[in-house]
Write a protein that binds this ligand. Structure first.
Ligand code: SF4
Length: 254
């Protein structure tokens, strides 16, 4: 039995002040023994790997597009944003990266390594459910709230779980993508600021108008877009308040 542990799960519990990142690994191990019906997946902090993979693909795509003379490129890791472009802002479509979300790359990696595994993505995002429909490698999507219900139902006290060592090779850029500006920071870290860059968080009316206007007159060459204000740490199924989440992620990234 394998569990694919997405780093944002750990952060969720850190945000709520319950436990540290490293304890989350053993929490997931408890589920493995407690829930016989639990789906198989891959035990490791895979989202970090996937993000690094995503980051390089995104960087590669950005370099390609700029060389081709494209005016600007936006990220594509937020399915709520790409869905909005599809439905309401078709003029932006040529400027959206074709790179899939980290969930997709993580799931592909898991299926390649363990073909019999069933992959469960656990996160704060509802739009991922829709995205997973078009990705054969992702079998199930579960929210933090649902995970919390499982833990409660099986009497797993996360505060009593022991700590396991985290992968020290992972950089703060790999762990920071969950907050708005994290992808932008990772791209700048990878290729410097030779391309002007901004990030947009939240898809309120003002930001929607700003983005639509960019199809004619872009404000920057690289634009990170997150549909949630604050990024995934403030996703619809994130239970911690944004101010606490921001404070905690700062501590995690030190
Ligand atoms: S920003 Fe919000 S909608 Fe977009 S991927 Fe993150 S949690 Fe999902």
């Amino acid at each position: 039995m394998y569990i694919m542990l997405v780093i944002s799960i750990a952060m969720f519990f850190v945000y709520t002040g319950l436990i540290g990142n490293s304890q989350m690994i053993s929490v997931m191990a408890s589920i493995e023994y407690t829930l016989p019906i639990w789906m198989t997946a891959l035990l490791c902090i895979l989202a970090i790997f996937s993000f690094v993979y995503y980051r390089y693909l995104c960087v590669y795509t950005l370099e390609e597009k700029m060389k081709e003379g494209q005016a600007f490129m936006t990220t594509s890791c937020c399915p709520a944003y790409t869905g909005w472009v599809e439905k309401h802002a078709q003029a932006l479509k040529p400027f959206v990266s074709e790179t899939r979300s980290p969930m997709v790359y993580a799931a592909r990696y898991a299926k390649e390594k363990y073909p019999d595994a069933e992959v469960v993505f656990i996160g704060p995002c509802l739009a991922k459910r829709h995205e997973a429909d078009s990705v054969p490698e992702v079998d199930y999507v579960m929210s933090f709230e649902e995970l919390g219900a499982f833990l409660g139902a099986y009497n797993i006290d996360v505060t009593n779980c022991s700590e396991k060592e985290l992968n020290q090779d992972v950089t703060q850029f790999g762990r920071g993508f969950a907050q708005a500006g994290g992808v932008q920071a990772a791209v700048v870290h990878a290729i410097g600021d030779k391309y002007s860059n901004i990030h947009i968080e939240g898809l309120d009316k003002k930001n929607q108008a700003l983005l639509k206007a960019m199809a004619k007159k872009p404000d920057a060459q690289f634009v990170e877009v997150m549909a949630c204000d604050g990024g995934c740490i403030n996703g619809p199924c994130s239970l911690a308040p944004l101010t606490l989440a921001k404070k905690q992620i700062k501590n995690v990234l030190k």
